[in-house]
Each structure stands twice: as C-alpha cells, then as structure tokens.
Design a protein around this ligand. Sequence first.
Ligand code: KPL
Length: 306
Amino acid sequence: MEIVVFGAGSIGSLLGGLLACVPDHDVTLVGREAHVDAVRQEGLRITGREAFTVRPDATTDGTGLAADLALVTVKAFDTESAARELRTGDFRAVCSLQNGMGNEDVLAGALDCPVLGGTTSYGAVREAPGEVTWNGAGDLVVGPWEPRDCDGVAGEVAEAFRAAEIDAERVDADGIRKRLWEKLAVNAAINPTTALARAENGALAAPPAADLVAPIAREVAATAQAVGVDLGEAETIEAVEAVVDATAENESSMCHDVRRGRRTEIDVINGYVVERAREAGIDVPTNRTLWTLIRAWEAGRGHGES
Ligand code: KPL
C-alpha cells in the first residue's frame, strides 16, 4: 500500500517507520526540515522496544501527493492546514490518528475521499531529528467516520497496519465514535492535570490527583451520552485508570508541550467536552476549570486563539 504520513512527529514517525518495514508498503513522511533532512541522509532510527533503522521517503512539502492512504498525525491545531494540503493531492482514504475530537469532521468537510477515525495507544518520543524512541506497546483501532459505511476501506487500512505487526482492529462507525470518546476521556483526565502538575501520568494513580479522575471521566461520559454515544461512567473511569497504570512512567503529550513552552491541544480535548456539554445543557465544571487553567497558561505565552 502507498502511504503518506502527514505529521512526522513522535507517533507519525513511529507508525510510518513500522509501516515502512513492510516490503509491500511504500511510505512517505511529511515533516519538518531538520527531521526530513536527517531521514533522507541517515534513515529513520527507531530505538526503545526494538532498535533498527528504516528508510522511508521524506518531504517537507505535503502538496500534490498521491497515495492509497494518508495518515494524519499532525497536532490538532494543524489539521486545517493539513486538510488544505491533502486537497491538492489524490488519496483513496484519509485516516486521522490524532488527539482530541473534531479532527475527522475538519478532514471530512474538506475532502471528497472516505475519512476514517483512528486511535492508538502506541507510545513514542521524537528524541532528535531522524530518531524516535518507541516506549510503549499498544494497539490501534480504525473505523469509518465519513461516510459511515466505508467499512471496506477501514478493513484494508487495519490489514495494512497488521502487515507491519501493529495490533490493529477495525470497528464500525458507532464503535469508532465510542472509542474516540473513551480516548477523549483519557486525554481529558491525564493531559491537563499532568501538564499543570508537571508530573508523569502515574501521578493520577494516587491522591491527591487521583481524586480528579472520576469527576473528569463522569463529565465526559455524560457528554458523550448526550451526543448519542453509548459510553458508561464506570467503563470510562476504568479506561482512564487502565491508561494511567499502563503509562505511569510516561510524560503526557501536554506535559511535554507545556515543559517546552509550546501550544497544547487543550481546545480539542477538555475544550471540546465543554462546548458539546454547553450545547447539551450539561454542566462540566472540572473539565471547564482545566480548560481555563491551560488556556490561561497559553495566553501568558501568546499562543493561538483559544
Ligand atoms: O495520549 C496520551 C497523551 O499523552 O497525549 C496519553 C494516553 C495520555 C498517554 O500519555
């Protein structure tokens, strides 16, 4: 399969690198100049769970590309510009593997090809140009976003991941919405709390931060239910706790961003929950407080409109 990875950051580089190990896959990474130059000169070095070097194509210019699949792994606030670049190319399907909610709608609104939603628990950190550390085993789920019945292409994409020994599952349109809301709850609980506390994910396993898990997860579950997604409170709390345990020693992406003074994805995580809850007439005070605190931090650094 011909695959273009839009957003060769940590997760995009890891998945692109693993996919590029399959002789039948032809992978191109679209990323920033220093990373692209390093990949072109020395290849992409993957370390951590396994150590090897792989040689995908790499480019800084995402316009006019053609492939069977475009995997979108850019930060959520770059989705619109990725969609504009994708529009200039030709893809049989586009799959978002990003944090937060709303990315699939942006892509579906801009593109004519089928759009898939996806979520993964693979963990990676891009250490330096041309290098990514693979620090967490994981799984990956894809399913149809728009149109809701593009199960066939979702199945092909899952199969392409499995060929790279990535544990990928295809679910239906309702299934992917549920999985994305569950992941939203995980991110809503872990990301802003660890960013504000400058702590690893495991901080949420013990008091005082552990006391925040249930209220955040309950608010997300109630909001999901209000928009027609069948997500129970208990299963949402369990999902958050399971990820806290599995990633206890990791730094969340938002903690990583805050430590480096970068803009975060808060608007598509807790911000998304607050907006959908407001439309549904539900009060979500814990998510609202976390959104406000991170936005206040961002405003102090002159980041984007949030
Ligand atoms: O997706 C994540 C992130 O850091 O953005 C979690 C699941 C919280 C793992 O760190």
